[in-house]
Design a protein around this ligand. Structure first.
Ligand code: ARG
Ligand code: ZN
Ligand code: CA
Length: 235
């Protein structure tokens, strides 16, 4: 009923040399989000697996609104929202635009996100420049942002951040008891069923994650319904 939901994006780049995060890097990140959330990415599901037919078009598109750059010598901002108070999002567009802060985080953290319904001044996602857009290495395909935007759209990790009986509140993602890493072979069995390791909300390498499910699509889109925490984006 809502059709494809478009999310305008403001990018705030904070780095010792902020111009080193190029506009090509920004554009590749937006392109990856559009491919992943419309399921037009290269489909790498091995044929014959339980999950081969479960990849869905989540029905979100992303358009770049503003990019702002700030040179700041700080090299590890941590995960406590410090960058958001130092370089605030635009108060005029907080209810209509997704803010992405791109800054060095440190501590081996790739990114972090705020779930819907939180404080407007800290709403958005944060990703380290090394994992923002097309870079290099196992996390060089821009899927950290896909994962973080999944959180921003109300998705939990597929293992529910608990043991086998802790739910992610999505019926069509099988239960698991913890994250998977690297590029797991199929089937990787935990909690007596094959894990959907290739889901964007696991912790595997970028090249090995490539799907959302119908259940995740419904959970993400529900927050845009009238009265929902992101209804202002479609108003
Ligand atoms: N650890 C981060 C989080 O839980 C991001 C993980 C990103 N994984 C990836 N393959 N890019 O939000
Ligand atoms: Zn996560
Ligand atoms: Ca589930």
């Amino acid at each position: 009923n809502l059709g494809v939901i478009n999310i305008p994006v403001n990018v705030i780049i904070v780095a010792p040399n902020s111009s080193s995060v190029s506009s090509q890097q920004v554009n590749s990140q937006i392109a990856t989000l559009n491919a992943d959330f419309r399921n037009t990415n290269v489909n790498q599901l091995p044929s014959g697996t339980t999950f081969a037919n479960d990849a869905t078009d989540a029905g979100f598109s992303f358009t770049l609104a503003n990019v702002t750059r700030f040179d700041d010598s700080r090299t590890s901002w941590g995960t406590n929202n410090a960058v958001k108070s130092a370089y605030p999002s635009d108060p005029a567009t907080r209810d209509t635009h997704l803010t992405m802060w791109v800054c060095p985080i440190g501590g081996g953290i790739l990114g972090y996100a705020q779930f819907p319904g939180g404080n407007a001044s800290t709403d958005g996602v944060v990703v380290d420049p090394a994992y923002f857009g097309n870079t290099s290495g196992p996390f060089g395909l821009g899927r950290t942002m896909t994962h973080e935007v999944g959180h921003w759209l109300n998705l939990r990790h597929i293992w529910g951040d608990g043991r086998c009986r802790q739910d992610d509140f999505v019926a069509d993602t099988p239960s698991s008891d913890g994250p998977n890493y690297g590029c797991p072979s199929y089937p990787t069995v935990n909690c007596k069923s094959a894990d959907m390791t290739m889901n964007y909300m696991d912790y595997v390498n970028d090249a090995c994650m490539y799907m959302f499910t119908d259940g995740q699509r419904n959970r993400m889109r529900a927050i845009f319904a009238p009265g929902g925490p992101r209804a202002s984006y479609v108003g």
